[in-house]
Design a protein around this ligand. Structure first.
Ligand SMILES: [Zn+2]
Length: 336
């Protein structure tokens, strides 16, 4: 047999000829091609996963280059859609792979169609609303879901596979907006992204090569600065609305809502249920990103050319755009 580009990987007993052929038949759908999505897509395309679909709603910006490894300064200057810039770069790394870029915001309206036919769903998102939507499709259609997340110096990853716990067993509802740190407010270590993506990709390969151990379903959390690691066992919740009751509420439209405000060049983003935002704490977190003014019932922040007005119930008005997906992206980045 001729030596192929995958020779070193095929030498691994866990891969071999058969495993490599299985990877070539697989279709990985990556939701979000930010830092995590870039790192995971890069590894999976090099490993020879035959089809890769990249879904992303955003464009490349200069502040992405610190950790989003598929992009260049030219991509940022031209504000190219991430899905397209990533697909081009990946195609230049491995022309044998069928790569499909999709410029879209994954929502309850398009998720079933966009994720259909995947062998594995890969989390490159930055918010739990989208994750719970992916989880609904994963459980409903029995498609394994490889989760990953990074904030600050902490990396997390794990796989949710049919027959085991789902993400909603662990995170029953979308955390209240502003209650969790985000990379935009807490920062992020590029190396932690690579750690999370590597952990995620090992899970993806295990899934695709049939090496999932049902007795050992865990989420791994690593503090990349201290070098400490802990594992949380994934236990299915018998009352889970998703995997136990088979109610796919996020797919049916549960979640935040956006409304374009006519004639105002603005979009309103409303959380699924009213939150109680600590506005002074939020103002403190946002003041590193731009000019923030605080009043008793709201705060105003100028970030990335947009003016945001955030209310105590979690509602926000994003000025400077009429694109709901752009407003949702900014909201998710700042509020979680
Ligand atoms: Zn569940």
């Amino acid at each position: 047999m001729p030596v192929t580009r995958y020779h070193r990987q095929m030498l691994l007993p866990v891969v071999g000829d058969e495993g490599q052929a299985a990877l070539a038949r697989a279709h990985a759908v990556i939701v979000g091609v930010g830092a995590l999505g870039c790192a995971s897509a890069d590894q999976l395309v090099r490993a020879g996963v035959g089809r890769v679909t990249l879904i992303d709603r955003d464009v490349v910006e200069l502040t992405n280059l610190q950790r989003q490894t598929l992009y260049t300064e030219l991509d940022a200057r031209e504000r190219r859609p991430k899905a397209v810039a990533a697909a081009e770069r990946l195609a230049s790394i491995n022309a044998e792979i069928a790569i499909t870029p999709v410029i879209a915001d994954l929502t309850s309206r398009n998720a079933a169609a966009l994720l259909r036919g995947a062998s594995v769903l890969i989390d490159g998102t930055d918010n739990f609303e989208t994750r719970l939507l992916i989880n609904d499709v994963s459980v409903r259609d029995a498609i394994p879901y490889a989760y990953a997340g990074v904030v600050g110096v902490t990396a997390m990853w794990g796989a949710f596979t049919p027959g085991g716990a789902c993400l909603r067993c662990v995170v029953p509802e979308v955390p209240a907006p502003g209650s969790l740190p985000t990379c935009d407010t807490a920062g992020v270590l590029g190396a932690a992204v690579q750690t999370a993506a590597s952990g995620q990709c090992v899970e993806v390969l295990r899934v695709l090569l049939g090496h999932i151990d049902p007795q050992r379903r865990v989420l791994t959390e690593q503090d990349c600065w201290r070098g400490t690691r802990r594992e949380v066992r994934l236990v299915a919740d018998p009352a889970c609305p998703c995997c136990a009751m088979r109610r796919f509420e996020f797919l049916e439209g549960k979640g935040s809502d956006t409304a374009v405000l006519c004639g105002q060049n603005a979009v309103q983003v409303s959380p699924e249920s009213p939150a109680s935002i600590d506005l002074p704490a939020m103002a403190k977190r946002l003041c590193t990103l731009g000019v923030v003014t605080l009043s008793p019932h709201m705060l105003r922040a100028s970030v990335d050319g947009h003016e945001l007005t955030i209310f105590a119930d979690g509602r926000a008005i994003v000025k400077g755009t009429t694109r709901p997906e752009a407003a949702r992206a900014l909201y998710a980045r700042l509020m979680g």
